[in-house]
Design a protein around this ligand. Structure first.
Ligand code: FAD
Ligand code: NAI
Length: 462
C-alpha cells in the first residue's frame, strides 16, 4: 500500500495550494520542499518580497513628489536600507510561516529535502523512499542565464540578488524590459539610482497591448528610467568602477558599452527540473525544458502530473495556484478546470498595469471584428485628487455581440480593478452589462464603467 494518495514536489504557489486542496478533498497528502521555508519562489524571492520593496519605495516617492502639494510639509523620510530589508524579510517570514500553519491545519506532511522520482509511484527525499499513488511535480522555475554573463548575485544579479542589495547602486543597468526589470528598476529608481534598461526588442513589456506599452514607457521615462531599445546584450565584463555591459544596436549594428555599479539580468525564467530524474523516467519535456502535459496536467508517465512554472503557459503565481486546485480535483475524480483565456497579468509599477484576455494586436491578427472603449483617468475625480490622472482603461469588445474580449488598464489600482473584467469575461458579459452596473462614486472603478460605456453610447465624463 502506498504511503500517500498524493505527493506534491515543490511548495510554491502551485505545489502548496495543490497540497491543501488535495487534503481538503480527503486525500492523504505530503509535500516535498528542499528550501528551508515553504512558499517557493513567490513567497521567498519573488512576488512577496518585491511587492514589499515596491510598497515602501512607492510611499517614499509619494512623500517626495506629492506631500507638499497637499500641505504636508516638514522633514522628508530618509532611507535606511538595512531597516527596509528587515521589513521585507519580516513580510516574507510572516507569509512562509503562514503556509506552515496551513500545512499543519490540513494535516499535510512536509517532507523536508530534495525529491527525485526513482520510478512511477515512488518519491525519494534525500535518500528516503515514499510511495505515492499520484505524484504532482510543481518544481517551479529559475532565472535564465545569458551567454557572456556571469552572475555573482552582488554586482551582476538576478532578481534574487536585486532583492537583497545592502546599498543603493548609483547606476543600475537592467537587461530586459520585462516585468522583473521594470518592477525592480522602479524600486531602485525611487531610491535614487540612475536606471538604464537595455531591451532586445523595440518596445518594453513585449506581448502586452501596444498602446499600454507605449504609455508605460512614457510614464516610467518621466520617473527617470532611461530605455535603450533594440539592443542585444553581448556580455558583461568587469570594469574599473564596476561591471560594463556591452550591447549591439540592432538598427545599425554598432557596439556600445554602458558602465554600472550593479547589473540586473532580467531576461526571463526557465523551468527548474534538476535532480528529479525525468530523463530516466522517460518523462517528456519540450525543447524549452517545460514538462509536457495534456489538458488535465497529466504527463506521459501514468500517475505523474505537472503544474505551474514547470509547464507551459504564463509564469504567474495565480496560474500555478489555479492549476494546483484543478489537478487536485482531477486526482480526486472531479472535473478540474482552468480557463486560460481569463488569466490576468499585473505589473506593479506606478501606475500599475493590468490586462486580461486579448490585446488589440491579437484581435487584429485574428481578423476579429472588434470595438474599443477607452477612458482616461484624467476624467476620474478620485484619480485626479490623488495625482494619479496618468493612464487609461481600454476595453475590447466584439463588434456584433458586444461581448467583452479583453481589457487593459494603466492607472491606479489597475491590478485590483482588472478582476471586474475577469468576472465579466467568465460570465460571458457584454460591455453594456458592465456599463449598466452601478459603480460607487468616487472610485477608480468608475473608469472601468466609463470605458465600458465608451464601447457603446459613449462615456459620460469624457
Ligand atoms: P515556485 O514558486 O518556483 O516553487 C517551486 C518550489 O519547488 C521551490 O520552492 C523549489 O525549492 C521547490 N523544488 C524544486 N525542485 C524540488 C525538488 N526536486 N525537491 C524539493 N523541492 C523542490 N508572479 C505573480 O503572479 N505575481 C507577481 O507579482 C510575481 N512577482 C515575481 C517577482 C519575482 C522577482 C519573481 C522571480 C517571480 C515573480 N512572479 C510573480 C512569478 C511567480 O513567483 C511564479 O510564477 C510562481 O512562484 C510559480 O509557482 P510554482 O509553484 O510553479 O513554482
Ligand atoms: P520577461 O519575459 O517578462 O522579460 C524578459 C525581457 O528580456 C523581454 O522583454 C526580452 O525581450 C528581454 N531580453 C531577452 N534577452 C535579452 C538580451 N539578450 N538583451 C536584452 N534584452 C533581452 O522576464 P522577466 O522580467 O525576467 O520575468 C520572468 C517571469 O517572472 C515572467 O514570466 C513573469 O511572468 C514573472 N514575473 C511576474 C511578475 C508579475 O506578475 N508582476 C513580476 C515579476 C516576474
Amino acid at each position: 500500500m502506498a504511503d500517500y494518495d498524493v505527493i506534491v514536489i515543490g511548495a510554491g504557489p502551485g505545489g502548496y495550494v495543490c497540497a491543501i486542496r488535495c487534503a481538503q478533498l480527503g486525500l492523504k497528502t505530503a509535500c516535498v520542499e528542499g528550501r528551508a521555508t515553504l512558499g517557493g519562489t513567490c513567497l521567498n524571492v519573488g512576488c512577496i518580497p518585491s511587492k514589499a520593496l515596491l510598497h515602501a519605495t512607492e510611499l517614499l516617492h509619494e512623500s517626495e513628489v506629492n506631500f507638499a502639494k497637499m500641505g504636508l510639509v516638514g522633514a522628508a523620510p530618509k532611507v535606511d536600507v538595512a531597516a527596509m530589508q528587515a521589513y521585507k524579510q519580516s513580510v516574507v517570514d510572516n507569509n512562509t510561516k503562514g503556509i506552515e500553519f496551513l500545512f499543519k491545519k490540513n494535516k499535510i506532511d512536509w517532507l523536508k529535502g530534495w525529491a527525485s522520482i526513482p520510478a512511477p509511484g515512488k518519491v525519494s527525499v534525500d535518500g528516503t523512499e515514499h510511495g505515492a499513488r499520484n505524484i504532482v511535480i510543481a518544481s517551479g522555475s529559475e532565472a535564465s542565464s545569458l551567454p557572456g554573463v556571469t552572475i555573482d548575485e552582488k554586482t551582476v544579479v538576478t532578481s534574487t540578488g536585486a532583492l537583497e542589495l545592502t546599498s543603493i547602486p548609483k547606476r543600475l543597468v537592467v537587461i530586459g524590459a520585462g516585468v522583473i526589470g521594470l518592477e525592480m528598476g522602479s524600486v531602485y529608481a525611487r531610491l535614487g539610482a540612475e536606471v538604464t534598461v537595455v531591451e532586445f526588442l523595440e518596445e518594453i513589456t513585449p506581448g502586452m497591448d501596444v498602446e499600454i506599452c507605449k504609455a508605460l514607457r512614457k510614464t516610467l521615462g518621466k520617473q527617470g528610467f532611461n530605455f535603450v531599445l533594440g539592443a542585444a546584450v553581448q556580455g558583461v565584463a568587469a570594469g574599473k568602477g564596476g561591471p560594463v555591459v556591452t550591447y549591439k544596436l540592432r538598427k545599425d549594428d554598432s557596439v556600445q558599452e554602458i558602465a554600472a555599479d550593479v547589473v540586473l539580468v532580467a531576461t526571463g525564467r526557465r523551468p527548474f527540473t534538476d535532480g528529479l530524474g525525468l530523463e530516466a523516467l522517460g518523462l517528456a519535456v519540450t525543447e524549452r525544458g517545460q514538462i509536457r502535459t495534456d489538458a488535465h496536467w497529466r504527463t506521459n508517465v501514468p500517475g505523474i502530473y505537472a503544474i505551474g512554472d514547470a509547464i507551459a503557459g504564463p509564469m504567474l503565481a495565480h496560474k500555478a495556484e489555479d492549476e494546483g486546485v484543478a489537478v487536485a480535483e482531477t486526482i480526486a475524480g472531479q472535473h478540474g478546470h482552468v480557463n486560460y483565456g481569463v488569466i490576468p497579468g499585473v505589473i506593479y509599477t506606478t501606475p500599475e498595469v493590468a490586462s486580461v484576455g486579448q490585446t488589440e494586436e491579437q484581435l487584429k491578427a485574428a481578423g476579429h471584428d472588434y470595438k474599443v472603449g477607452k477612458f482616461p483617468f484624467m476624467g476620474n475625480a478620485r484619480a485626479k485628487a490623488y495625482f494619479l490622472g496618468d493612464g487609461f482603461v481600454k476595453i475590447l469588445a466584439d463588434k456584433a455581440t458586444d461581448r467583452v474580449l479583453g481589457a487593459h488598464i494603466i492607472g491606479p489600482a489597475a491590478g485590483d480593478m482588472i478582476h471586474e473584467i475577469c468576472v465579466a469575461m467568465e460570465f460571458g458579459a457584454s460591455a453594456e452589462d458592465v456599463a449598466r452596473t452601478c459603480h460607487a462614486h468616487p472610485t477608480f472603478s468608475e473608469a472601468v464603467r466609463e470605458a465600458a460605456l465608451a464601447c457603446g453610447g459613449g462615456a459620460i465624463h469624457a
